[in-house]
Write a protein that binds this ligand. Structure first.
Ligand code: SAM
Length: 286
């Protein structure tokens, strides 16, 4: 019998369920790492279809095949709207994908990243060299702390704040609360932009509704934008763009994108604009 026959017999699958009733399942080539930090279970698996992936508490954080969508959209939408994004704060983002994209902008002088779990950074450095390139950038200040504590205690102020958090469970739950959003706003400079990943409008309507009602009480301009992320639950994912002074479309100067000399796999000026066009069922949520 051919090896192919045995290979087909050798079935190992990773399944992520939504509500225990629907989900994504990926055939696994190999489990590369399994561990437990003080905050969460950490797994790294190699899949046939999506390359390697980081899984925290049993949920996919990113896969090599589609991570570019999320990390380009959380970073370049605000960074091409802010006229001079020199000081950036990233809450969460332990895999390094967001700071990798942020640090590509030559206007960025300093990035502070506040990640609660140092083991996520270590695992990313070991298994995902293309994700963790930003950790060696001299502009980075990396702190291992609770992001909610940091924004309360920090005296600094930032042009752009990005919340690249996990889902609102475990240590990340506090990053979806009003107290955190209020404290984070205290850290924003005049004319600053706050962006958070805000889950899936398709699978998490209640989280989306609650999050936007809080943010709309804090900022004058609050706009959801969407991206297609196949490895995330339902693949329809949202981000929230918040600012008192700046608007994501009115203040978007598309010539800055071509002028940056940067190349992207997903982001471009048309995608920037189209991402803010919302289906009716999503509009109703916010
Ligand atoms: N892009 C992924 C997503 O949308 O699900 C999330 C990326 S990243 C892996 C999420 C990070 O948030 C994790 O490294 C986790 O340790 C970190 N995190 C969770 N709660 C946190 C908190 N309270 N403060 C700082 N970082 C936190």
């Amino acid at each position: 019998m051919s090896f192919k026959y045995f290979e087909d017999l050798w079935n190992m699958w990773y399944t992520e369920l939504h509500n225990g009733t629907a989900g994504l399942t990926l055939k696994i080539k190999k489990v590369l790492y399994s561990g437990e930090s003080p905050f969460q279970r950490i797994d790294v698996m190699e899949t046939y279809e999506y390359g390697k992936m980081l899984v925290l508490y049993g949920s996919i954080m990113f896969t090599e095949r589609d991570e570019f969508v999320y990390h380009e959209m959380i970073s370049h939408v605000p960074l091409f709207v802010h006229p001079s994004p020199e000081e950036v704060l990233v809450i969460g983002g332990g895999d390094g994908g967001t700071i990798r994209e942020v640090l590509r902008h030559r206007e960025v002088r300093a990035v502070t990243m506040v990640e609660i779990d140092s083991q996520v950074v270590e695992v990313s450095k070991k298994f995902f060299p293309t994700m963790s390139v930003g950790f060696s950038d001299p502009r980075l200040r990396l702190l291992f702390k609770d992001g909610a504590e940091f924004v309360k205690e920090d005296q600094g102020s930032y042009d752009v704040i990005l919340v690249d958090s996990a889902d609102p469970v475990g240590p990340a739950d506090i990053l979806f609360r009003e107290e955190f959003f209020r404290s984070a706003k205290e850290r924003l400079k005049q004319g600053g932009i706050f962006v958070a990943q805000t889950e899936s409008p398709f699978y998490h309507p209640d989280i989306v509704k609650n999050t936007y009602s809080v943010l709309k009480n804090l900022y004058k301009n609050v706009h959801m934008y969407l991206a297609w992320i196949p490895a995330y639950p339902s693949a329809l994912w949202s981000f929230c763009f918040c600012s008192d002074e700046l608007h994501p479309l009115r203040d978007f100067k598309e010539e800055r994108v071509s002028g940056s000399g940067l190349e992207f796999k997903y982001y471009n000026p048309e995608v920037h604009r189209a991402a803010f066009a919302l289906p009716n069922f999503v509009k109703k949520l916010i």
